[in-house]
Write a protein that binds this ligand. Sequence first.
Ligand code: SF4
Ligand code: SF4
Length: 461
Amino acid sequence: MANPGASTTIKRKPDIQHANPMAQTLLAKLDYDQLTNCMRCGFCLPACPTFRETGLEPESPRGRIALMKAVADGLMDPDQAFQDQMNHCLGCRACEPACPADVKYGQLIEQARDAIEDHAEHSAPIKGIRKLMFKGVFPHQNRLKWLGRSLALYQKSGLRKIARGTGIMKLFPKHLREMEQILPDATGKGVVERLGTVYPAKGEKVARVALFRGCIMDVMFADTNVNTVKLLSEAGFEVVIPETQVCCGALHAHSGEMDQARDLARVNVKAFREAGVEYIVSNAGGCGALLVEYDHLLSGDPEYRELGEWFAPRVVDVSKLLVEKGRIPEFAEADAAAAAAPVTITYQDSCHLRNVMKSSTAPRELMNQVTGAHFCEMKDSDRCCGSAGIYNVTQPEMAGQILEHKMEHANATNARYLLTSNPGCLLQMKHGIEKHGAKDRMEAMHIVDYLYERIGEKDGR
Ligand code: SF4
Ligand code: SF4
């Protein structure tokens, strides 16, 4: 069945019939206006991590746009090399703020991947895994909870120790084994199970807001969701957590499953519209970046367009909401008093939070307000860490190279705490710290957890 949100407004598309079916789909799905908006100035090149790593034009935003246009214009076929270039892109969107022509690169790469995926010939196991995860698990909160409970059992019952002892983990690639080591404790008890669907404001109410709890976030980082609600409450917000909300669809959109991403967006816009809130709060840059673009995602769907337009401008990152509207509580670093010296903290930007949600100063403002802490800016903190959704799983080599540079800069700060605003970045930072044997001197934390733990007088409900 045709997905009504799939159509895009394309004004100057060339009238070509491609013999190659994938090329025909690319022509149909790519926003040709955006392709022609690129004036090939190259201002985006220094901002692009894959170009910086390789120095190769096809690994740059300009190069990828040129490749897309060449296929759309019938000058080349979308061969394996073309598809590889599209997959090498981190989707970090650091190229967008650098672009004087306002080329919507993020939308182009998603359209390209969507078209490629329509014709992808995956092996049977990969097809099965994709179907299971994208259709069978991520959209269903109850199944995710079941998965969380199973994983928690594996982690806590000693099964993990046994699995590691038998050497079965050696069957997995090295980077997956390393990631398994730093997985946080899973749970089947998410934020609603622990706090209910409405959490009151402390003191006079500033506003009624809703938490976007995420899918993996509520299973692997449920404590952060709980701390987000409590931190917002301390700052004067009443927090609603709509139970019918689902996964944001970001992993689907980044993996070429745009129709499924739209289906999830439709569920979410309805769930949050019914909650009667002023803001929709995200604590994960990767999710928030898609949520703020629901208006674009649903622009071709007459039934949901208006809901998408209502939803998108209300999405805000937790740090930004606290700084701009909240009564910020006092934060204090207890260790500093004991050590009689400030504790050094640093921050790794979430690319999507910085480049798409345009929030980079608010987290820094909050960190600068912590008594007893010294905020030290890390070199290239605005550059991607290599996590990028599941990029560190699908492209481990490039992700590893990027992480090495990141850790050089992180180590140079001598920070005790390395803070982030996105679960993927957090895991990548933990991975880097582990690889560098720095666990005893540096800890990676979500900024919300760090701040909430440093509120002196709190309700503690
Ligand atoms: S999204 Fe990131 S990796 Fe991809 S082209 Fe833009 S800057 Fe480069
Ligand atoms: S900065 Fe923008 S216009 Fe210039 S090459 Fe990059 S994408 Fe094209």
